[in-house]
Write a protein that binds this ligand. Structure first.
Ligand SMILES: Nc1nc2c(ncn2[C@@H]2O[C@H](COP(=O)(O)OP(=O)(O)O)[C@@H](O)[C@H]2O)c(=O)[nH]1
Ligand SMILES: [Mg+2]
Length: 637
């Protein structure tokens, strides 16, 4: 449990913490000299064996608002302090707005310095504050009248804070570890130690984490949570980590992050829902220069509004374009300050880490984004993505910082969704795509009756070019498993496309096969040589092709399929990527060499680039070695 203070400068935040915990949270010499909090400070209140409350004390002076924002990032509860003699002041309002925008909705209010005013003033202020906070929408907020000098109300406030429930436990089990670094030390004998607020997940001694900024993997050698040595720390705790890596203290600064793993991409454009609070006046311009704060990090950038004009009560959708990458997850909350006046202008809830390159102002997309803004949480996010098509689960889990257990639990809630490898999609849509694959195969068979079928890369391109290859391959695997399609040495075809030779045809095959020993054969030449009508020979060879015995490199010119496989092996292993090379290697005519390479291009085995033919689907033309298939089981009875 972490509780942060909030409130106007000199209202007695630091004094209150000292009264509650016995610890003076001000630690900098300059703070002591000036009697004013400049940076965040800390105090810990041990409750029992298991529970220690961490307090983060923040500066109230508007000059140090950045530090205040660092202090309240990731906390579960805030102690909003208002001095009885001063009442509600500008930073009281500003800090309350920040808490609201960061969704720190659990707050307790302390009316401090009660010894300075009479009872009537205390009661009048209590009423005023009650009305004000209710208007802000905080709901039921416990209020205490205290004096750090006389001790009034301190015991009651302490007991109240001790009894607060811990709310972030679920987050610790379903999310990845994320920690916003706010301080860095060099500790003699240990090396680099960082401290920060754990936003989500868990960390153990020995874990490898990704350190942003220094951009390297680090190992956790030692851990403290809530100021105590521990083996494991988790979300909702102040954590100190002794890190091992190629690191010096100066390689790390406040605002860096410790993440579960290296992000696959750097995020500097995000789509957000701009959020406002009644106490903050906003007047956005398009391309408003802003400063975005998140955790202990901040970066400058611009706010690009997505709608031309806004109707009152409408959701404000915008793109935040950052000057430096930030480490965000969906539903994270940013605080936006006006770069000129430094004032808080709004909060922003992250809706998407991946703004589309085109069409983000089109109504179809805006409607979808608006729908996203209206809903919170993992389930709604996945449902809305599934509406658009397939979802890459690893990307989705990263965007929401879900760990494996969290993702699994979420997927289990979707009964009408098909999970295939890394992809999730609506079962109905998957069914449509599989149908499409079968239809395409049927068409291929109609158009190319002398071909046994197509390779999977080509089938992907023909049937579902806009769907990721891995997903189409997964569909194909499924259809193979269901015997809806057949795989013949990498060639895919419908089961009914493959029929056996009759006895007469088998006899003809005995006579035809020897002709292939030296070279590929033309249908007409075989017809003439064997005195078979050309049309009969053509039909026979097409059937042999469907059976996978022969393969046509051009219409009516056939190789034995195993010869094609040998040619393919040659290209695969020696890269005979142009006709000259193949001609020389095989000692064949240039025209035939070109026919072979063009056939490989058409099959999807190679891809033409200029006059080269580059390998594309190396799996094609591999003749399965069926006798070796169970080799691994040898010796096990
Ligand atoms: N009379 C009185 N003075 C207080 C009380 N709490 C704090 N102060 C004084 O108010 C000033 C500001 O207190 P401080 O805790 O630094 O305020 P902060 O800026 O909100 O952290 C200091 O001079 C304190 O001694 C209180 O309960 N009663
Ligand atoms: Mg202070």
């Amino acid at each position: 449990m972490i509780i942060a203070t909030a409130g106007h400068v000199d209202h007695g935040k630091s004094a209150l913490l000292q009264a509650l915990t016995g610890i003076d949270p001000m630690h900098l010499p300059e703070e002591k000299r000036r009697g004013m909090t400049i940076d965040i400070g800390f105090a810990f209140l041990p409750v029992n064996e298991k529970k220690i409350i961490a307090f983060v004390d923040v500066p109230g002076h508007e000059k140090f608002l950045s530090n205040m924002l660092v202090g309240v990032g990731g906390v579960q509860h805030a102690l909003l302090v208002i001095a009885c003699d001063d009442g509600i002041m500008p930073q009281t309002r500003e800090h309350a707005a920040i808490l609201k925008l960061l969704r720190v909705e659990q707050i307790t209010i302390a009316l401090t310095k009660a010894d300075r005013v009479d009872l009537a003033r205390q009661q009048a202020l209590r009423q005023e504050v009650q009305n004000w906070q209710a208007a802000l929408g905080f709901g039921q907020v416990p209020m205490f009248i205290t004096s750090a000098h006389s001790g009034m109300g301190i015991h009651e406030l302490r007991q109240h804070l001790i009894a607060l429930p811990d709310t972030l436990a679920e987050n610790a089990h379903t999310r990845r570890f994320r920690l916003a670094i706010d301080r860095v030390f060099h500790v003699r004998g240990s090396g680099v130690v960082v401290t920060g607020t754990a936003l989500s997940g868990q960390v153990n001694i020995g874990d490898m984490l990704w350190l942003t900024g220094a951009e390297q993997q680090v190992r956790v050698r030692d851990l403290h949570a809530q100021n105590q040595p521990v083996k494991k720390a988790q979300a909702g705790q102040r954590v100190a980590l002794n890190l091992v890596g190629r690191l010096e203290k100066q390689d790390i600064t406040r605002g860096d992050w410790l993440l579960s793993e290296k992000p696959t991409e750097s995020i500097s454009r995000i789509l957000v829902q701009v959020e406002t609070v009644p106490d903050v006046h906003i007047a956005f311009r398009h391309w408003h220069a802003v400063h975005a704060h998140h955790g202990a990090q901040h970066a400058s950038g611009h706010l690009a509004l997505l709608q031309e004009k806004r109707l009152s009560g409408d959701i404000i959708l915008a793109e935040v374009v950052l000057d430096a990458p930030m480490y965000l997850a969906e539903d994270d909350r940013l605080i936006l300050r006006d770069s000129g006046t430094q004032r808080i202008v709004a909060g922003a809830r992250v809706l998407s880490l991946h703004p589309p390159r085109r069409g983000k102002r089109q109504s179809v997309f805006l409607d979808w984004l608006k729908e996203k803004a209206l809903h919170d949480g993992d389930q709604a996010s996945l449902r809305l993505l599934l509406q658009q098509g397939h979802v890459a689960l690893s990307d989705f889990a990263w965007a929401r910082q879900l760990n494996e257990a969290g993702l699994r639990a979420l997927c289990a809630m979707f009964s009408d969704v098909l999970i295939s490898g890394d992809f999730a999609m609506a079962k109905e849509r998957a069914q449509q795509q599989r149908e499409r694959i079968l239809e395409m195969l049927a068409m291929v068979h109609r158009q190319m009756p002398d071909q046994i079928g197509v390779g999977r890369a080509r089938l992907h391109r023909m049937a579902l070019p806009a769907v990721p290859e891995a997903l189409v391959f997964a569909h194909i695997e499924y259809l193979l498993g269901e015997s809806k399609i057949v795989n013949n040495n990498g060639w895919l075809h419908l089961p009914e496309h493959n029929i056996a030779l009759t006895e007469a045809e088998q006899a003809l095959w005995q006579r035809v096969e020897p002709f292939f020993a030296k070279a590929p054969c033309w249908t007409r030449d075989l017809a003439v040589a064997l005195s078979v009508p050309e049309e009969d020979m053509r039909a026979f060879l097409r059937k042999a092709a469907r059976l996978g015995e022969v393969t046509a490199v051009v219409r009516d010119r056939y190789y034995l399929t195993k010869q094609i496989a040998e040619l393919a092996t040659l290209v695969r292993d020696h890269g005979c990527d142009h006709a000259g090379a193949l001609r020389d290697r095989l000692n064949i005519g240039r025209k035939l060499a070109i026919q072979i390479l063009e056939f490989f291009d058409r099959s999807g085995f190679t891809r033409r680039q200029g006059d080269k033919h580059l390998l594309r689907d190396a799996e094609l033309f591999k003749i399965a070695n069926t006798t070796a298939a169970h080799g691994d089981d040898d010796g096990i009875s």
